[in-house]
Design a protein around this ligand. Sequence first.
Ligand SMILES: C[S@@+](CC[C@H](N)C(=O)[O-])C[C@H]1O[C@@H](n2cnc3c(N)ncnc32)[C@H](O)[C@@H]1O
Length: 211
Amino acid sequence: MTDTFAEKAKMWDANPQIRALADLFSAELDKIVPDHSGLAILELGCGTGLVGLRYAEKAASLDLVDTSPAMLDVLRAKSEAQAKQVTLHHGTLSTLVGQALATASVDWIISNMALHHVEDIPALIGNLHQLIKPGGRVTIGELEAESGTFHAPEVVPHNGFDPAALSRHFAKGGFIPNKTHTFLTVPREDSDGVTRTYSAFILDATRSPGE
Ligand SMILES: C[S@@+](CC[C@H](N)C(=O)[O-])C[C@H]1O[C@@H](n2cnc3c(N)ncnc32)[C@H](O)[C@@H]1O
């Protein structure tokens, strides 16, 4: 499988817009879960760990999952990734659930800007549901629906999401959506030289205790 992040990985952490987005998403996470001490945390699409590694010190366990070997190589070289409670996984959730990752073992799954790269969202939500303990939560940062210019000329499975539609997917998948809100609206000059405005939103949901 081609690693579409192979080239991007080299410069990922040096990109100020990417770092700023990771900072803003992390600030939202800290508002939603002010104290993550002792939690079993998993990050889906962790990339180079710009978000997830902030949780390495206090989490009981931190599992970092990504499909890109190149992004994981950058992450693996960081000192915080060497902590004994941190585990790196190469692959999709579907290949890891019930294997490297035990079912109903995670308190909190976080993910920043990874869902739009995943083809089958209902299947992914099914995997999230399998992994999260009843009453546990998932907090997603995602691109709001756009026309496809954000990644152009690259094509990705989803040109962002309508937050309400994504919430409905989570509700169908056994989650109670807590809230969605826009946390960033920013102009960006695209590869065609045109400046367009993009937004990112938070979706936070709890796994129904009874299902
Ligand atoms: C836009 S990057 C975001 C990286 C990181 N979350 C951040 O905020 O810097 C998306 C990441 O999701 C990963 N990814 C794409 N599809 C995935 C999948 N099905 N399962 C796990 N990771 C995936 C990519 O390899 C990439 O590292």
